[in-house]
Design a protein around this ligand. Structure first.
Ligand SMILES: [Cu+2]
Length: 263
């Protein structure tokens, strides 16, 4: 189980998670009245069995049946023809070894615990871990991890409105440069091009990483929520800041989006 939401696999989200919750039975509890502040009742944690919580799930014998089945599904998937990996976390995520297990060995007639600590990448090859499944076709090869792991895929920074207005400006600029080096795209809305800080950021963005957005309904345009048609104004502002014709900016943004969708 991994707490980092950016590295959660699909199999973990379904059926791994829902089976934990269904077996654990999560019963919501209504909020308690709050005499000091009647408008804000006090929320209560739900009542649930051990399987619904990671720290106690392993005490339920069903846990082992459930996870053997999840591992079997993973193994079957990885042996199917034409499968490929999705986006990869960075190499150091694969090299990290966050989990510690105990195995036993026989030493002078005594069982001794041995700590097992492998890096994450070593858990991708279940056969190397000595795991096999009754239904497994041993003539098929599980999908191997590429070596080295390719860098993370370009990510889209959803909105630069808050990015542009929060924190020290030199830190924001440095973060933007680091994000650009990682292959991130930046989306710009009209509101952003109205602040000095926003305009400076747009000046320094790599042109091949700029995208547009309305960020509506959160951003406002002349007193109403921003709409897709307002993108014209964003394009005009980018053109103004970068001293390029608006048509050229439209062409660049269209090409950037096509590149992003192909990756
Ligand atoms: Cu689980």
């Amino acid at each position: 189980m991994d707490e980092d939401s950016s590295t959660r696999g699909r199999l973990e989200s379904f059926p791994q998670d829902p089976i934990h919750r269904l077996v654990g039975v999560v019963i919501p509890r209504p909020p308690l009245p709050n005499p000091a502040d009647p408008a804000n009742p006090i929320p209560q944690e739900p009542v649930a069995g051990g399987m619904a919580f990671p720290p106690t799930a392993g005490f339920d014998p069903i846990f082992y049946v459930h996870h053997s089945n999840i591992d079997r599904l993973w193994a079957e998937w990885s042996c199917m023809p034409g499968k490929n990996w999705g986006h990869f976390p960075p190499q150091d995520w694969f090299d990290d070894n966050p989990w510690h297990f105990y195995d036993v060995t026989l030493e002078n007639g005594q069982l001794k615990p041995v700590e097992v600590s492998k890096s994450r990448k070593d858990y991708f090859d279940y056969r190397a871990l000595g795991v096999s499944f009754k239904s497994e076709d041993l003539s098929k090869t599980p999908l191997p991890l590429p070596d080295p792991i390719p860098g993370p895929a370009p990510a889209l920074l959803a909105s630069l409105t808050s990015f542009a207005n929060v924190g020290s400006f030199s830190a924001v600029k440095r973060d933007m440069q680091r994000a650009a080096a990682l292959g991130c795209y930046f989306s710009v809305n009209a509101e952003m091009t109205r602040s000095d800080r926003g305009r400076i950021l747009v000046t320094e963005m790599p042109l091949d990483r700029i995208l547009t957005e309305t960020d509506g309904p959160f951003t406002q345009m002349e007193g109403r929520p921003a709409e897709p048609a307002d993108i014209r104004l964003t394009v005009a502002s980018i053109a103004d800041v970068r001293k390029i014709a608006a048509d050229a900016v439209s062409d660049i943004i269209r090409a950037n989006l096509q590149t992003l969708l192909k990756t």
